[in-house]
Design a protein around this ligand. Structure first.
Ligand code: FAD
Length: 535
């Protein structure tokens, strides 16, 4: 029996409690910031009372073994885990929901669903773990469609074989991070791709959205681990050749990476796996000035040291998450290896930090679990619980939004300053009062960082979605204006389409549309994501 995500938030149905740490962080920080003596959260929504329209499609008898129009399943597949999704969940009103949920068991089931969808003019939305934070699984497909079929991939959850010589494993696309890691651990391996959503998100979702995981430098994205894949498209099955990186023309794997369900359904992939690390060292470095810390990161990122962890959080992020009250930015630096000691790299990286005014206490490095000590331990603890924040903030009318980009170093200081001021202004315009805004780096490259902003503001229940949109728009406009990307790792989805179209060259978009015609001639695959829908 597979564990399921609870319908109103994060974590599993059979262990539904919110971690007390998260409730404490939210209530204590935001009661004082917003001057609220006691929060009165909206109760957990009762699915039986949820408002949802009747299904518009009738399931043919031959599909009754794996398709359903059950209300609860339709609701579960109507949302991901973005702020807008949480606002929908706590309103308990679903204006958009799939008409049918197909729990496909085989590639043949998927092909049958495609044929049926073309016949009845339904849109097909692949559904992995449903952790999209950008509207990727939201069934808003426009008026051209007579209905929506959500294709749930969770029955494709096995690790099929392991090649110990080439250190790689063949996995099904519906396996979650937890399932993958548990299976690989039995042989001492790890995929070592840990997005914050690890427990619920799936291999297919990661490849389809080009997710980013454990490593802050070098092998940040899932792209680097894919050896080959199998994709069931409406035009047929395509299997790419299993190889180490090669140079034979444009890379077919790259065509499907980031396709967000718009070309077909990824059913399995051979993935590069790794031995688990034996040597680790981790330390927190404090900076009085956030931008000075960022400069230290740039120098380390360009040094060839390639730390596994190289992230910085500003003082506000440290305060909101109760990591530190020192009013300083904190750079988290970590090295790991399955093969050799990492002391030399750590020493050199710390030298660079010291050159930029970083302060640190080396004593922690003597600890075998240095990553679990002091500030880095507190950051680690809250980092793995972040998924729970919105089930605490949303029912308390607190809008918690994130925005992230990817930008070259030369432009970073400008985009940083302009986003900080544009978002503070937008929060005030939208809600009438200031909120909390913080910045961190989630990933860094020799040529630029992936900065990530979190904001919290007090919204009003009926206007939360518009308030969030106002703030997000302000930030994303700045990203594009200053040469950044609409996203580094949380995908395009429906929420970022407007900017994705601006970011990409028209000729590229034309070639993408032509490619889609080949794999999906009837245009049924996840309309509105990657390709504009007609709504
Ligand atoms: C708390 C939280 C933390 C997060 N942290 C990270 C992070 O650290 N790094 C990161 O990159 N992202 C992160 N995300 C975003 C999200 O987890 C990723 O985008 C993830 O890759 C989605 O995987 P999923 O299986 O949940 O996909 P879903 O949400 O089910 O789907 C996402 C998109 O992929 C498509 N899709 C899903 N499965 C398939 C398939 N088999 N074939 C084709 N298309 C498919 C869907 O149609 C949709 O467009 C986070 C999200 C949350 C809620």
């Amino acid at each position: 029996m597979q564990q399921r995500m609870k319908h109103w938030g994060w974590g599993f149905e059979d262990k539904p409690e919110t971690p007390p740490l998260v409730v404490r962080n939210v209530e204590s920080y935001f009661s004082s910031l917003f001057g609220i003596r006691e929060f009165k959260p909206v109760p957990i929504p009762d699915l039986n009372e949820a408002i949802i329209g009747a299904p518009r499609l009738n399931v043919p008898h031959r599909f009754s073994g794996f398709c359903t129009t059950d209300k609860i399943e339709r609701i579960r597949h109507a949302v991901g885990r973005s702020f807008l999704d949480y606002a929908t969940i706590y309103s308990n009103r679903y204006d958009y929901a799939p008409d049918v949920v197909a729990f496909v068991r085989s590639e043949e089931d998927i092909q049958e669903i495609y044929n049926w969808a073309v016949q009845v003019r339904a849109a097909v939305i692949p559904f992995g773990g449903g952790t999209s934070t950008s509207g990727g699984v939201e069934p808003i497909v426009g008026p051209d469609f007579a209905g929506v079929i959500a294709v749930d991939m969770r029955r494709f959850n096995r690790i099929l074989e392991t090649d110990h010589v080439s250190q790689s494993a063949r996995m099904q696309a519906g396996a979650t991070g937890n399932e993958i890691e548990a299976a690989l651990k039995t042989n001492g391996y790890s995929l070592r791709h840990y997005p914050q959503s690890l427990q619920h998100s799936t291999l297919g979702g990661w490849i389809a959205t080009r997710s980013a995981g454990h490593f802050a430098t070098l092998f940040t994205r899932i792209d680097d681990y894919v050896q080959n894949m199998r994709v069931v498209t409406p035009a047929g099955v395509i299997e790419t050749r299993r190889m180490p990186p090669d140079g034979a023309g444009p890379d077919p794997d790259r065509l499907f990476m980031g396709s967000e369900g718009g070309l077909g359904i990824i059913t399995e992939a051979w993935m590069r796996i790794q031995k688990r690390p034996r040597f680790r060292a981790s330390i927190a470095v404090f900076f009085d000035d956030f931008l000075k810390g960022c400069e230290a990161i740039r120098v380390i990122a360009q040094s060839g040291l390639n730390p596994s962890n190289l992230r910085i959080i500003d003082a506000e992020e440290a305060r909101v998450n109760h990591v530190s009250a020192r009013n300083q930015s904190i750079l988290f630096l970590g090295f790991e290896s399955a093969d050799h000691a990492v002391v030399g790299q750590m020493d050199r990286a710390l030298e660079i930090c010291a050159d930029h005014g970083g302060q640190f206490d080396r004593e922690v490095l003597g600890h075998p679990d240095s990553n679990r000590q002091a500030e880095q331990g507190r950051w680690r603890d809250i980092f793995v619980e972040t998924g729970y924040y919105r089930e605490v903030t949303t029912p308390r009318n607190i809008i918690y939004g994130i925005m992230e980009t990817s930008i070259t170093w030369d432009k970073f200081p400008t985009v940083y300053n302009s986003v900080m001021s544009a978002v503070q202004a937008a929060i005030k315009e939208a809600t009438g009062r200031p909120g909390s805004l913080s910045c961190r780096f989630s990933y860094v490259y020799p040529d630029g960082p992936a900065p990530y902003w979190s904001f919290y503001c007090l919204g009003s229940r009926d206007e939360m979605k518009q308030q969030w949109k106002h703030v997000k728009t302000a930030a994303t406009n700045e990203f594009l204006k200053h040469g950044g990307s609409v996203t580094h790792h949380t995908s395009i989805g429906r929420d970022n389409m407007l900017w994705y179209e601006k970011q990409t060259d028209p000729l590229f978009r034309k070639s993408l549309a032509a490619t889609r015609k080949v794999f999906d001639p009837a245009g049924i695959m996840n309309p509105g994501v990657i390709y504009p829908s007609t709504r």
